[in-house]
Design a protein around this ligand. Structure first.
Ligand SMILES: [Zn+2]
Length: 291
């Protein structure tokens, strides 16, 4: 794991390196932390020309915004991405504009993405890459958080890199919180979690943030948590409640959220993403099912 220290924030975003004859990076991270990621590779004694793939879970700025900048320094690397995400890596202008309007100051912390040349992309939804000694990296489509989220399963440790398909892991509290900005699709997210559970994983490597054990139990608990937030949002929308009212009901109703609320409120980024964008994702979803 390479801690990217994006914008000076610790425990926010990380990349992973699967070492071996042809190292694979999981997540480029945002543009602003590419120098930190390259320094991490250097510290791990991985020559830049050895890196074969940069596997990005989805094209949001915090996961893949730096891909174009990164591969300028990795001459032999190709970028694995979902076909629906590929156009945004080739031409990131629209993604940058929408990120600025949704994320505001946070998009500036991540930095503007540079394009990835089309010939260096490997668009795929499902597939397998052979690593070493029979170890494999499986690609699985796990949509919900985004319509183009991929998860990667490595058979060596039985570990999954879910991107944002399994929530945000707050290591200091050992809890998971939904990451569900609009457009969020609950049914797809639950089906994706089932898909991950069926891989029988032992560990989860969160991009936000770090390694968690007891993978299957955590994935099951996260399904229950998503359904709880959805039930509150659906009821709140029916009662014409505001985002603030629905958010407060979630904080009261979800014991995980309740236990970390002081930390979340005081966090410059999480106070916006978890308490505004993620709640809004459920509200927009609730509005679609009430029609
Ligand atoms: Zn993310």
């Amino acid at each position: 794991m390479v801690e990217l220290e994006t914008g000076g924030f610790e425990n926010l975003i990380c990349s992973y390196v699967i070492t071996g004859k042809h190292p694979i990076l999981v997540e480029s991270g945002p543009t602003s932390s590419v120098p930190r990621l390259l320094a991490g590779l250097h510290e791990l004694d991985i020559p830049f020309e050895d890196v074969q793939y940069v596997a990005v879970t989805h094209v949001h700025l915090d996961h893949a915004g730096g891909a174009g900048t990164l591969i300028k320094s990795l001459p032999n690397a190709e970028v694995i991405v979902h076909p629906r995400g590929a156009p945004h890596l080739i031409d990131p202008e629209r993604l940058w504009a929408s990120s600025q309007s949704v994320l505001g100051f946070i998009s500036e912390i991540f930095g503007k993405p540079e394009p990835v040349p089309k010939e260096r992309l490997i668009p795929m939804t499902e597939g397998t890459f052979n690593l070493w000694d029979g170890a494999k990296l499986d690609v699985r489509e796990t949509v919900g958080h985004a319509s183009h989220n991929l998860s990667f399963y490595e058979s060596f440790n039985g570990g999954i890199f879910p991107g944002d398909a399994a929530g945000t892991y707050l290591q200091a509290f050992d809890v998971i919180v939904p990451t569900t900005p609009p457009p969020f699709h609950l049914d797809a997210a639950l089906a994706s979690l089932d898909k991950l559970i069926n891989l029988n994983p032992t560990v989860l490597y969160f991009s936000h943030f770090g390694k968690a054990t007891d993978a299957i139990q955590r994935l099951r608990d996260h399904k229950v948590q998503l359904q709880l937030w959805a039930d509150i949002a659906i009821d709140g929308v029916r009662k014409n409640q505001s985002l603030e009212q629905i958010r407060d009901r979630i904080i009261t109703g979800d014991k995980v959220m309740n236990s970390i609320i002081g930390f979340v409120r005081s966090h410059r980024i999480y106070s916006k993403t978890m308490l505004e964008n993620c709640v809004l994702g459920f509200i927009e979803y609730a509005k679609t099912i009430d029609k």
